[in-house]
Design a protein around this ligand. Structure first.
Ligand code: PLP
Length: 823
């Protein structure tokens, strides 16, 4: 934990201090940059960052109300009497300066990792391999940006004796700043790929820029098998007198050479160093895992005097679960699963998520925690600190599982129960003790907390649609990147957010500062309001009977005809309201809803001008063929007609009215027509018209219920349409057309992904089931099957079913459980 006073920090960052005498001696132990995370009000310094879309200064009044009274700012106008302000020119630069200062207070070794892929895995694996010998501080999750790196370096304190930080860049010029902060003695250059290549002219430029992290390093670890990297690294090491620690998978040529033997489900690796051989296994067979483990081996051999002791640990490396999993639990509980590592920093992060999740449903906050290992702290001090964290986060209750935590139960001041082991816990488990709680389940791997989660989990339908919320944020940001920072985004969450779920998606979008949400009918909007959504919501099809709900829930109607305008205005007048926000839809050629003729529009204008009951927030239209180059002339005529109609409104009202016409494909293909707002739909859900690097967000999965052999004389399913080859085998899966599986995918038109391979759907799809031809594969009941997602693109399923992706995603029925994943 850091510990600085406001005066000290002001000096370090060259700031001007505005201090109220009450707070003069206040110590700062935590730096926060995100007003939405939880914090210890008395001891946290909020750094108001200014980005293209977000200005941290806007949150200061709200934070003062929550008890924060220490701020690092770059805008003097927010200074008030009741808090401490440190004024600087640029708050990002100041944060970096502070981090740099903190880092240089300690002289234990710092490992810096950069490269295109594998940074986080190498960091996490090194941590696992070395944590027997060192007390390690490392970047949380993938904190490797211009903000993430300073926040990581601000975790360094005297309790540790090794630091491992990752650094990532997306543009030239960024690494220099990160290098000053991390200033690593030992560097690891993982590899180079084409991520972020759009901002670099050549691969060589990107290599050189990344190597900038290591200018002051003593040793640089890298794989010397690629000519371009080898040449650049050798040059770089020579110029900066750095010891070049290249390794090779080609048997010769490196400081350490590796040979590999890939077995069924593991790889045997032999390292030759100074003519001595060392053998270890890793439980993976893919190239990236081999590369990552070689980096770790070399780093361990450089850092640890006793590195042969680390060799057995390689066999126990696991996949890095960087994401927390949020699941529906029994009795209205919500589970936050994080059971792959346990340390204080990751506990802090997980508690933020728990706090946010619980706040949404006013849930009781429970933490189930295992022993925390390898912190190097004495156990009573450790659990005392854990208790302080829990108190700070207003956790209601803790259940501890493990010999150490249970022996320290006196350290806990909140309601607690302790168990010596999982067995002890499960024997005493009673479902009815868990109700309406948000439960964080967090344990070191050996405590097998998956089992705790299983006890508390709502028995899952075997079929589920997994929604990757990180991918959704990624997609949102990709679209933001195509727009001017000032352009507003309306996200279409109609039709259950294109099948991904309404409330969860809307909450995330609100958190990500979407400007507007759009629903099809008022009921959908009411549901969002009831779930705590406060941002503006437009109702595309406001029906007469729903006007009271529109008014009571603060929804904004799309007015598409003179008749609708008249009746809605009447309701507004009856309610005695003024300036009620409405949106006007113009039909520019789609021939769906909308005002089409000039006389209609003039009538609308006259009505609205007649009194001040209504206020036009926006005028918009919809493109009929934004995705189709063959229709570009027509699209151009729609733009023209829209601008002409809009001028009628602009000329009639003195206030400003927003314009919008682009849907997802429109944003991709005609960003010049973004006006003041755009309407994002299918793109957010991962489908691009122009090959944007969007991530898939939905994965439809099920589980094999039964496997059987079928002879060539037999048939499968209704109407005897399914036939197998000799030695045929089929798997029955509980997913049918009532779940949204298009019947056209039956009879070998559709495929599934199982056990690493693709298999056809055999016979007619039934209402609740379908059959797969698994002839020749070793499939068993319980095996997972994917129908679309990571391995089968939705676009391909749509093609096979003879439809468009929109119909596939919105067709998955509500009885299919949605499970949300996020980091
Ligand atoms: C659904 C919809 C959109 C979004 O379309 P996508 O093609 O999914 O981006 C935009 N505007 C209106 C009026 C819509 O109905």
């Amino acid at each position: 934990m850091i510990n600085y006073s406001a005066t000290e920090i002001s000096k370090i960052v060259n700031g001007k201090l505005f201090v109220h005498p009450n707070f003069e001696n206040q110590q700062i132990t935590q730096i926060i940059t995100d007003s939405r995370t939880f914090f210890n009000p008395g001891k946290s310094l909020f750094v108001a960052l200014v980005g293209p879309r977000n200005n941290g200064h806007a949150y200061i009044p709200g934070l003062i109300q929550k008890g924060i009274n220490l701020f690092l700012i770059s805008d003097k106008t927010v200074v008030t009497e009741n808090a401490v302000f440190i004024l600087v020119e640029n708050s990002t630069v100041a944060l970096q300066k502070l981090a740099q200062f903190n880092r240089h207070r300690y002289n234990y070794p710092v490992v810096g990792i950069t490269g295109s892929n594998g940074k986080t895995i190498v960091k996490e694996w090194l941590n696992e391999i070395l944590s027997g010998e060192f007390k390690i501080v490392r970047s949380p999750k993938s904190y490797n940006s211009q903000i993430g790196v300073p926040l990581s370096a601000l975790l360094m304190d005297g309790n540790y004796n090794l630091a491992i930080f990752e650094a990532g860049i997306s543009q030239p010029g960024e690494m220099e700043k990160l290098a000053k902060i991390i200033s690593p003695e030992i560097g690891i250059f993982t590899n180079i790929g084409d991520a972020h290549q759009e901002n670099f002219e050549t691969i060589r430029q990107k290599i050189v820029e990344k190597l900038g992290l290591f200018k002051k390093s003593n040793k640089l670890i890298y794989c010397c098998d690629e000519e371009l990297i080898k040449t650049e690294v050798e040059k770089f090491c020579k110029t900066n007198s750095i010891e070049n620690v290249g390794w090779s998978l080609k048997e010769t040529g490196g400081f350490i050479n590796f040979t590999t033997k890939i077995k069924n489900n593991f790889t045997e690796i032999t390292a030759t160093r100074n003519a001595k051989e060392y053998c270890f296994n890793i439980p993976f067979t893919d190239h990236s895992a081999i590369e990552n483990s070689c980096h770790c081996f070399v780093a361990a051999s450089v850092l640890s005097g006793n590195f042969t002791a680390t060799l057995p640990r390689f066999a126990k490396l696991g996949p890095i679960a960087m994401r927390l999993e949020i699941k529906q639990g029994i009795n209205n509980c919500l589970l936050v699963n994080d059971y792959y590592n346990s340390d204080l920093n990751s506990l802090s992060i997980a508690l933020t998520v728990l706090y946010q999740q619980a706040a949404k449903g006013h849930l009781h906050k429970l933490v189930i925690l295992s022993d925390i290992q390898q912190t190097g702290m004495e156990k009573t001090a450790l659990y005392n600190r854990v208790n302080n964290l829990l108190v700070e986060w207003k956790i209601d209750e803790i259940i501890g599982i493990g010999p150490n935590i249970s022996s320290c139960c006196e350290q806990f001041t909140i309601k607690n129960s302790m168990f010596y082991s999982y067995l002890d816990f499960s024997e005493n488990f009673n479902q009815s003790n868990y109700k309406s709680s948000a439960i964080l389940i967090k344990g070191a791997r050996q405590f097998t907390f998956e089992k705790v989660s299983e006890l508390l989990q709502q028995k899952a339908h075997q079929t589920q649609l997994e929604i990757n919320l990180n991918a959704l944020v990624n997609n949102l940001n990709i679209f933001r990147g195509l727009l001017r920072p000032s352009t507003k985004i309306m996200v279409m969450v109609k039709a259950f957010s294109y099948g991904s779920g309404d409330v969860e998606i809307a909450k995330l979008l609100q958190y990500q500062n979407a400007d507007y949400l759009a629903v099809a009918v008022a009921d959908e909007g009411v549901q969002l309001r009831n779930a705590g959504i406060e941002i503006p919501i437009i109702v595309m099809n406001p029906e007469q009977h729903s006007f009271p709900n529109i008014i009571n829930y603060g929804l904004e109607p799309n007015i598409y005809s003179v008749g609708l305008l008249k009746s809605f205005r009447k309701t507004v007048l009856q309610n005695g309201l003024n300036n009620f926000p409405i949106h006007l839809k113009i039909d520019t050629g789609m021939n769906r809803l909308g005002l089409k003729s000039e006389p209609e529009m003039m009538e609308v204008i006259r009505f609205i001008l007649a009194d001040n009951s209504l206020m036009i927030k926006s005028v918009f239209s919809h493109l009929a063929g934004s995705d189709d180059p063959a229709l570009d002339n027509f699209t151009a005529s729609q733009f023209k007609s829209f601008e002409k109609s809009f001028s009628l409104f602009a000329n009639s009202f003195s206030y400003k009215i927003d314009r919008h016409i682009l849907n997802s494909a429109g944003i991709e293909r005609f960003p010049g027509y973004q006006f003041e707002m755009v309407r994002l739909g299918i793109g957010l859900y991962g489908i691009s018209n122009t090959g944007l690097p969007l991530e898939n967000i939905g994965t439809l999965k099920s589980t094999v219920s039964q496997v059987k052999t079928v002879s060539t004389t037999e048939t499968v399913g209704y109407n005897r349409r399914g036939k197998v080859a000799a030695n045929g085998k089929i798997a029955i899966v509980p997913l049918g057309y009532a779940d949204g599986m298009d019947r056209k995918l039956g009879n070998r038109n559709g495929t599934a992904f199982i056990k690493g391979g693709f298999v056809p759907i055999i016979g007619n799809i039934c209402m609740d089931m379908l059959m797969l031809d698994i002839t020749g594969l070793n499939v068993e009941p319980g095996d997972k099957v994917e129908f679309f997602g990571e391995n089968i693109p939705i676009t391909e399923v749509a093609k096979r079913a003879g439809t468009i992706p929109y119909e596939i995603v919105t067709g998955i029925s509500q009885r299919v459980k949605r499970v949300y994943l996020h980091e």
